[in-house]
Ligand binder design. Structure first.
Ligand SMILES: Cc1ncc(COP(=O)(O)O)c(C=O)c1O
Length: 406
């Protein structure tokens, strides 16, 4: 009988009981708006920021409505203006170039390597131009960290401000430094498919007091900014408060209540994700025609999704693999599809941004296969999924379906 996987790729774990209780408490007292606090009460959102700042080793943190909102806020807070160009990854998802477009700026794409990280040679080449962009929105797409030491050297030498999109790297590290703590701002998503789940939500951290004050004002703090704890002193707000627009995007106390206990569990959850990732990786390794992405030694990643390459395969061959795996219950996504599908898109899907041809990047994107790894999967589920992928990739490969033009 054919092996068919019966699990659900979009089913997350339930919200922990402590978070449910905290959420019910907030609903019982009714003070959901972050600035609606009783005498002497800090409020869940303020406490979340304080705890997240400590966890990330950052002096300042801000909780907002979504990860995409955190990205746009970071861009505004570092001074990006309409018409500016902002460097970003060609391999990422719609909210990243979208955040750049949302502030009236223009995305300028940097290529991707076969390790699925930002092509640092391409970056250095673009920064060698006299009129290069002054900001890089670096997306740690699908959790792959580039050599962050080298990246910061390149950007510091060129005077480029780095904003880190850590939607897929909350809890990850490069050479021991937490993701989001290399650049000027680290932005995180708390949306259901990320590493903590409040449905929607975002966080940002920074060590720069003016960026922090501007971000807090931008998020819609009115003149209530002194209620923030992971925030700079009042005199910093005095410098920015009349020139920083209020672009409402606050987090509320209900979401913050759901998130606080989850953040306490983050490291344990990362270990659980990585145990699943390693089982999948081991099951896929040495499959003919399939390239496993080797993770560099300095990278401590979060295996909440896994990617592999069907490099230089024909589109028909890849589509055949996707169809065959889907028929056996395994949902794979492909970055080579000509049209954006569900959450998956490519840099050249978006007509609002210039997308000059990037042949090296296109070759890699055309080979990227992507799969979610929800924590509701057991280790045995991961073994079974890897077996199914392995057998279907092998079948198509051996039948010659991988050859370009076939
Ligand atoms: C790479 C990346 N960056 C940013 C975001 C934005 O996060 P949010 O959905 O919380 O706005 C996402 C969301 O899917 C993402 O995948």
């Amino acid at each position: 009988m054919t092996d068919v996987f019966k699990g659900n790729f979009t089913q997350q774990e339930p919200i922990p009981e402590a978070a449910i209780e905290a959420a019910v408490d907030v609903m019982r007292h009714g003070r959901l708006h972050r600035y609606n606090v009783a005498d002497g009460e800090a409020g869940e959102t303020t406490l979340l920021e304080e705890e997240f700042a400590a966890q990330m080793g950052a002096p300042y943190a801000l909780a907002v409505a979504s990860g995409g909102y955190a990205l746009a806020t970071a861009l505004r807070a570092v001074g990006v203006k309409p018409g500016d160009r902002v460097l970003t990854n060609a391999f990422t998802l719609a909210p990243v170039p979208g955040s750049i477009a949302s502030v009236g700026a223009r995305p300028v794409y940097v290529g991707v390597t076969e390790a699925l990280t930002l092509d640092l040679e391409d970056l250095a080449g673009q920064l060698a131009q006299a009129d290069h962009p002054k900001v890089l929105m670096l997306s740690h797409m699908r959790g792959h960290l580039c050599d962050m030491d080298r990246l910061m050297e390149i950007c510091d030498a060129a005077g480029v401000t780095v904003i880190e999109d850590c939607a897929h790297t909350m809890g990850a590290r490069w050479n021991g430094t937490l993701s989001g703590r290399h650049g000027a701002v680290g932005c995180y998503s708390c949306q259901t498919y990320k590493h903590v789940n409040s449905g929607e939500g975002g966080l940002l951290v920074t060590s720069d007091e003016e960026i922090a004050a501007r971000a807090i004002m931008l998020s819609g703090s009115y003149m209530l900014y002194s209620r923030h704890r992971a925030a700079p002193d009042p005199e910093v707000f005095e410098r920015v408060k009349y020139v920083t627009p209020n672009i409402s995007g606050r987090m509320d106390n209900l979401r913050a209540a759901i998130l606080r206990p989850q953040l306490q569990d983050l490291e344990a959850q990362v270990d659980r994700w990585n145990a699943r990732y390693r089982r999948l990786e081991a099951g896929l390794r040495d499959t003919p025609g399939l390239t496993v992405i080797d993770r560099p030694e300095p990278e401590h990643f979060v295996g909440s999704s896994i990617q592999f390459l069907l490099l230089d395969w024909s589109a028909d061959g890849v589509e055949d693999v996707l169809r065959r795996c889907a028929a056996r219950g395994v949902e794979l996504k492909w970055f080579g599809a000509p049209e954006p599908v569900a959450f998956t898109s490519r840099y050249d899907s978006w007509r609002y941004a210039d997308a000059p041809a990037m042949p090296k990047t296109d070759r890699v994107l055309a080979g990227i296969i992507d799969m979610r790894v929800p924590l509701t999967f057991s280790l045995e589920d991961c073994d079974q999924i890897a077996r199914i992928i392995r057998s279907e990739v092998s079948a198509v490969f051996q039948a010659g379906g991988a050859a370009p033009g076939v």
